[in-house]
Design a protein around this ligand. Sequence first.
Ligand SMILES: [Zn+2]
Ligand SMILES: [Zn+2]
Length: 327
Amino acid sequence: MVLDKSAQPLQLRDVPKPRPGRGELLVRINACAVCRTDLHVVDGELPNPKLPLILGHQIVGRVEEIGQEANSKFQIGDRVGIPWLGWTDGECAYCRSGRENLCDHARFTGYTIDGGYAEYTVADARFCFHLPDRYNDVEVAPLLCAGLIGYRCYRKTGDARRLGMYGFGNAAHLIAQIALYQARDLFIFTRPGDNATQQAAKKLGAAWAGGSDEMPSEKLDAAIIFASVGALVPAALHALAKGGIVVCGGIHMSDIPSFPYAALWEERIITSVANLTRRDGEELFALAPRIPVQTKTETFALEEANTALNRFRAGELKGTAVLTITG
Ligand SMILES: [Zn+2]
Ligand SMILES: [Zn+2]
């Protein structure tokens, strides 16, 4: 399913089967989850995508061929997960200081290199993951971005006891399970009046759930914003205790309205999370099956990718959309 130009539907097309280059795996894809970032790419909200482009960066498949000098941790037939971070230079100041997520020359799966809305892809073996056996291909796919980016946001909150989350979509639902497992008190903010989602959050174990226009029952040590709404940043700041942190988890957000300095005073922090490191993946894939984190999915055939994207955009999905590829 090929994106030729932004703001157009993807086109079902036969393209040449890719060949694994030096250090790469050829992967036969079984499942690829759909991420909000895919919508941002289709809608032209992110700069300079590769075009034409095959979207998709939560890829689960089997190794079919191994290129020269590929990392020996994979054998032919192994299950493999391919995430958003597809390549880094390994040499820049960020890579050398454990921050490869900020690499100056990073390449991203399904954005600047072709991704997983396809039967086959190639991927740099060093950036691929072994996936926990506990999950089948569809179940594990959402962990590859919603899970990973959410986990990176969660790590930024340190040992915050009272943790707020604005938005209770795919990423928040996964991270909430980890936070509860680690005995954090959870405060979930939804669209004002979305009682059904607030009930779902309480049922999962949240200490409090309410609208994003409400103040929580206690001041928060940290808040993660998963919704792409800039106005939530000052709202979350107002809900923080002294020294608290607001973590913005999205790759794209509307402008942040101005707010009084007093809202930031007393060492409150605002930060964003960009991309992932391989270490984030190794930690999450070790932790998730122990809890175990449960994913909620809705499957679509590969050729139904446009339907999946449109239903995601319209807020009509009950779980993460996962494209399944049979062939
Ligand atoms: Zn680098
Ligand atoms: Zn993503």
